[in-house]
Design a protein around this ligand. Structure first.
Ligand SMILES: [Zn+2]
Length: 87
């Protein structure tokens, strides 16, 4: 064990991305991942993609971004359509 600042590689950064996005990392690890992203364009690109994707999924889950038709289709695919015919 050392007290040096954590340095992580691309593999670890990739493993930590979802935890970073979900805010589940300790401040130390979060800082290490963010430093890596700032220095590593490919990992930053992956992070931005994952972050946008997860945000989209979460918003969609809340029904905030889906227009009526799309929302209906999503709910229909989940077997959750309401009984009302139309809006
Ligand atoms: Zn990297």
């Amino acid at each position: 064990m050392t007290s040096e600042p954590r340095v992580i590689d691309c593999q670890e950064a990739a493993r930590r991305l979802h935890e970073l996005i979900d805010g589940e990392l300790t401040p130390e690890v979060e800082g290490a991942v963010q430093r890596h992203l700032e220095d590593c364009a490919p990992c930053m690109a992956v992070y931005e993609f994952e972050e946008a994707f997860l945000r989209f999924v979460k918003l969609k889950a809340k029904g905030q971004t889906a227009p009526g038709d799309l929302k209906k289709r999503i709910l229909g695919s989940l077997g959750l359509t309401s009984n009302s015919d139309n809006a």
